[in-house]
Design a protein around this ligand. Structure first.
Ligand code: PGA
Length: 251
């Protein structure tokens, strides 16, 4: 059985005080949660303070991006060693906003995924099609190319340590969620592809999150699908009540 995994992607939101208030609020509200794994991914500048606020709780800490090299002359970048140093167990990689606005490609996501795994950080590798691609009927081929490219060269053992997030670009921040059957269709395709890459016993272990306008109202139905094992939550992760509602719906 796969333990459901809900991660909050705070994106470039909140100030220092807001981040601390949210982290402390979640630490209190989620105290009794045991059947769902939870992580929060604050902006990098707040990671160390948030780490203190959630220490001693079961809430995990993740970053929203990283560079693939350990250290060196890479102005403005943050390395896997630094994330580890701050206590990050997770890192979101290849989010569609990184692909769209910062030129990330399957090749850069692949390098970062390898680096995260080499440093014992669990990558949450994001894939998803745009509206144009969906309307052109190319969702399946786009997802296959992103998965193959982002995971190129990984061993089955490395594969077993991945989390994959399917986030249709047209559903992110738009209020327009993929229907449970639309999401399940892609998730089951991803599971089959992972099975061909790593073998079915490894593919069965990998958590597949859905992301894109997940809210307390639609979370239970999405999560009841056989291949949806959690959610990557943006907007609704910025309030204790809505994030807690999603987590309770997953349990
Ligand atoms: P959203 O974002 O929940 O605000 O749609 C999801 C994401 O981008 O991870």
């Amino acid at each position: 059985m796969r333990t459901p995994f809900i991660a909050g992607n705070w994106k470039m939101n909140l100030n220092r005080q807001g981040a601390m208030t949210l982290a402390k609020g979640l630490a209190e509200a989620l105290d009794s949660i045991s059947n769902v794994e939870v992580a929060i991914c604050p902006p990098a500048v707040y990671l160390s303070e948030v780490a203190v606020a959630i220490s001693g709780t079961s809430i995990g800490l993740g970053a929203q991006n990283m560079y693939h090299v350990g250290e060196g002359a890479f102005t403005g970048e943050i390395s896997p060693l630094m994330l580890r140093d701050l206590g990050c167990q997770f890192v979101i990689l290849g989010h569609s906003e990184r692909r769209q606005f910062f030129g990330e490609t399957d090749a850069t996501v692949n390098a970062k995924t390898q680096a995260a795994l080499a440093n014992s950080i669990t990558p949450i590798v994001c894939v998803g099609e745009t509206l144009e691609q969906r309307e052109a009927g190319s969702t399946a081929s786009v997802i296959e190319e992103q998965i193959r490219g982002s995971l190129a060269g990984l061993s089955a053992d490395q594969g077993s340590r991945l989390v994959i997030a399917y986030e249709p670009v047209w559903a992110i921040g738009t209020g327009r969620t993929a229907s449970p059957s639309q999401a399940e269709e892609v998730h089951s395709q991803i599971r089959q592809l992972l099975s061909s890459l790593f073998g079915s016993s490894v593919a069965d272990l990998i958590r597949l999150q859905y992301g894109g306008s997940v809210k307390p109202e639609n979370a239970a139905e999405l999560m009841s699908q056989p291949n949806i094992d959690g959610a990557l939550v943006g907007g609704a992760s910025l309030k204790v009540d809505s994030f807690e509602g999603i987590i309770r719906a997953a349990g």
